[in-house]
Design a protein around this ligand. Structure first.
Ligand code: ADP
Ligand code: MG
Length: 338
């Protein structure tokens, strides 16, 4: 999610202790997009200046953050006609449109008015079907067009929210920065979305954990459902358990079905997608969360995606489903594969 700009300037910049003669990996950790980022990499010749990393993160925020009223996306939402689109906006727009088409509109960045309706109006306790219906007329990516690098809306009430894809996109941009410096071994994580390449500091595949879906889980109380040993791939998770709102005793996830205007509330709790592109992995994880368990599994099979799902069964017990190809990557398993 692209939330507040929280560049508090806290950076832990340390060399991971490795026994010689193993080369030293560099570890950088900080805050961005309302969460944390971590980068671990084996320097080629020189380390990458931290300010280059922050400069990239700042530029992405200046383009895509909903919490910076001067960002390009906020100015588009306010119908500022003088706004100039930058490469970050254009790239994420195209990636979003691709995901929109591939998921039959389950991933849709024009969901913004609905996100605002459900999440940003806490005092509005009465779910008003008429209000939701009236907002649905502004939802759908076919209502916006890129014309000569300008965004043209069919209706000024159409608004954008790229939080469902921005962290994965940021991971891909950071990986391009590292690869431009000929870095071949790295792990990049932004708000839980990850890309790994080459080997970890022990010369092995990277180990990436998938969280158990525990309500309100955070860095302190998180538990792992499983660990995957992987490399040369991106991995993104969308979950209904961490961020939700409660209205009249009902919990609603922050993932909204753009067709109905209603947040998802089904037994699919967590969707993890492995993909060469972290941007697409992030968008597809959100879209499959919208589809739900049965439709999501069919979609995964039809599109040959690699996925790991966690859901609750009729008795409320956690169950998992994962693509057959992932079996060899799983370090700990607690359920049958399919
Ligand atoms: P997380 O990884 O934290 O579970 P996601 O990647 O699933 O988050 O993104 C959820 C965010 O995406 C929501 O907070 C909202 O801003 C936006 N969003 C919600 N529903 C959709 C949707 N159907 N398509 C695109 N973006 C969405
Ligand atoms: Mg997402």
């Amino acid at each position: 999610m692209l939330k507040k700009i929280l560049f508090a300037g806290i950076i832990f910049y340390l060399f991971v202790a490795c026994n010689n003669p193993k080369p030293s990996y560099v570890f950088i950790e900080g805050f961005t997009q309302g969460g944390t980022f971590r980068i671990k990499y084996l320097p080629n010749k020189d380390t990458i200046p931290v300010n280059e990393i922050y400069s990239l993160l700042n530029q992405i925020n200046a383009s895509l953050s909903l919490y910076d009223s001067n960002s390009i996306i906020c100015r588009i939402n306010k119908n500022d006609t003088t706004v100039e689109l930058d490469r970050y906006f254009l790239e994420i727009f195209r990636e979003s449109y691709k995901a929109y088409q591939q998921t039959d509109g389950a991933f849709d960045i024009t969901v913004a008015p609905l996100v605002r309706y459900w999440g940003f109006i806490p005092k509005n306790n009465n779910n008003n079907p008429a209000a939701i219906d009236s907002l649905l007329q502004f939802v759908g990516m076919e209502k916006i067009h890129l014309v000569n690098n300008k965004l043209v809306k069919d209706n000024p009430n159409v608004q954008l929210d790229v939080n469902g894809i921005a962290q994965g996109y940021t991971v891909d941009k950071l990986s391009m920065l590292l690869e431009s410096k000929k870095v071949q071994h790295y792990m990049i994580e932004v708000g839980g979305e990850v890309k790994v390449k080459g080997k970890n500091p022990n010369g092995q595949l990277w180990k990436v954990g998938i969280d158990k879906p525990i309500e309100n889980s955070n860095e302190l109380n998180r538990e792992l459902q499983t660990i995957l040993q992987i490399t040369d791939i991106s991995i993104a998770t969308s979950g209904s358990y961490r961020k939700f709102i409660e209205k009249d005793g009902i919990k609603y996830s922050h993932t909204i079905n753009p067709k109905t205007g209603i947040p998802t509330f089904h037994r699919l709790l967590s969707v993890t997608i492995l993909h060469s592109s972290c941007t697409q992995a992030d968008a597809l994880a959100t879209a499959i969360m919208v589809m739900g368990l049965e439709k999501g599994i069919s979609y995964i099979k039809e599109n040959n995606l690699k996925a790991y799902l966690i859901f609750s069964d009729e008795k409320g017990h956690l169950q998992t489903w994962f693509s057959k190809e992932l079996e060899k990557n799983i370090v700990t398993v607690d359920a049958k594969n399919n």
